[in-house]
Ligand binder design. Structure first.
Ligand SMILES: [Zn+2]
Ligand SMILES: [Zn+2]
Length: 243
């Protein structure tokens, strides 16, 4: 399994960049994890849109799903042009509006998940943990035959999250705030909390994502590593991580 970072900015994308989007691939199978603003254009550096048939969304904040609409339209147009004949399958928390917006575009389908769901998508087994966030949002665990990845999505720090991430090969954790800022109040984690999660979960590799638009990003890394896990790096667009 490998993980390609398409984008990692919190809130809105920087120039020529994208909000949250990760391409999870094993052999010839691809799963897009979140589809924030800017993900559709930048993803095409790594995959033809007609080779992507599965999109898993963590929640419905714009920085995680706002490119979904144009991705649905790409499937509609490319199907009419006979460049693909596969339905684009969207998985997300249950939401009548999202379901109807997906299903009103031909050649796309929607499947809802809950915290109790166990999805099989291609070679991946997928489970969920409900987050502390202003809207319904989930941390997502993706397992293949021998590797495990957790993407926290957006959440405050919780003890249960440590259990959910225990021993994973790759932890992609949000790190929206600097040390001393109040993550619990914001529904996000600061760098110290992300570092505690990285250390106490004993994750083998850690990526800090959902990065802020201010301050010195390297401080996030320094703070997180001080908690004990040294195998942490900042998310970078285009970076591919072997899980
Ligand atoms: Zn976000
Ligand atoms: Zn959010």
């Amino acid at each position: 399994m490998h993980c390609r970072i398409i984008g990692m900015w919190g809130g809105f994308p920087k120039k020529n960049a994208a909000c949250t989007g990760f391409l999870i691939q094993e052999n010839d199978f691809s799963l897009l994890l979140d589809c924030g603003s800017g993900v559709v254009p930048l993803m095409q550096n790594y995959i033809d849109l007609n080779q992507l048939h599965h999109v898993l969304l963590s929640h419905y904040h714009y920085d995680h799903f706002s490119d979904l609409g144009v991705l649905l339209f790409s499937r509609l147009v490319n199907t009419q042009l006979k460049r693909t004949n596969q339905v684009l399958q969207i998985y997300g928390p249950d939401d009548e509006l999202i379901r109807s917006r997906v299903e009103e575009v031909s050649f796309s389908a929607f499947k809802a998940y809950t915290e109790d769901s166990k999805l099989t998508i291609g070679p991946f087994q997928i489970t969920f943990k409900k987050n502390q966030h202003p809207v319904e949002a989930y941390a997502i665990k993706i397992e293949s035959s021998d590797k495990r990845l957790v993407f926290t999505s957006d959440t405050s720090f919780t003890e249960e999250l440590i259990d959910f991430c225990q021993g994973v090969d790759l932890l992609v954790t949000e790190c929206s705030l600097y040390d001393g800022m109040n993550g619990a109040q914001a529904g996000h984690m600061n760098a110290k909390e992300a570092g505690i999660l990285a250390h106490r979960s004993q994750a083998k590799k850690v990526i800090l994502s959902h990065l802020p638009h201010y301050g010195e990003l390297n401080e996030l890394l320094v703070t997180a590593k001080q908690e004990g896990n040294k195998n942490i790096r900042l998310a970078e667009a285009g970076l591919m991580i072997e899980v």
